[in-house]
Design a protein around this ligand. Structure first.
Ligand SMILES: [Fe+2]
Ligand SMILES: [Fe+2]
Length: 193
């Protein structure tokens, strides 16, 4: 359903959950960045597009809500280790779309869609691993929410560039994203290998 080109292997969730606090802290930064990204799109691409601005503001509010939920959970799972600096996943995706100079609006939308799709895939695996627990239910809810965000960004791409161009570019980006995430080191991060 998410169209990803690389399926996260069995065992990723149990490994990532060896340090639930560190995983939640990494996740906290992801939610913060997702909110900031939505607001950046509204600012940079929202002129004359009130419906885009409204959608991005609503999205940012939802991501901020996720941020608050993760922050609350961190009280129960204090991280034992410091987070790894930077986010090689997001950096790698951004580099790929900026390599010819300025990234197109379509590419920005599709990178957001892929980050949402990969996060959704990971939350589903975490939910399965933790089924029946508070944390498991939390990941289950987030899965549904991030799937919605994935779809929203693809739809915005189609509105902007048409279906053929969007799906063709999405395919190229999916290939790259799959290779990128498979190449990252393992660890308690949402976007580790
Ligand atoms: Fe989120
Ligand atoms: Fe999201």
């Amino acid at each position: 359903m998410l169209g990803l080109r690389y399926d996260t292997p069995e065992g990723w969730a149990s490994r990532a959950l060896e340090e639930p606090g560190a995983l939640l802290l990494d996740h906290l930064f992801c939610e913060q960045k997702a909110a900031a990204m939505a607001m950046a799109i509204a600012r940079r691409h929202g002129e004359g597009k009130p419906s885009l601005v409204k959608l991005m503001e609503e999205l940012a509010a939802e991501e901020e809500e996720h941020f608050d939920q993760v922050e609350k959970l961190l009280e129960d799972y204090p991280p034992a280790t410091q987070p790894r600096g930077g986010n090689p996943y997001a950096i790698g995706l951004r580099r790929f779309i900026h390599k010819d100079g300025r990234a197109s609006f379509l590419d920005k939308l599709l990178v957001c869609s892929l980050i949402e799709a990969r996060s959704a895939e990971r939350f589903q695996l975490l939910a399965k691993e933790l089924r029946g627990s508070t944390l498991g239910n939390f990941y289950e809810d987030l899965y549904a929410s991030e799937v919605g965000h994935y779809r929203l960004f693809v739809e915005l791409g189609v509105d902007h560039a048409g279906e053929d161009r969007t799906l063709e570019r999405l395919e190229e980006l999916r290939e790259f994203e799959g290779r990128l995430i498979a190449s990252l080191p393992p660890g308690p991060q949402i976007h580790s290998s």
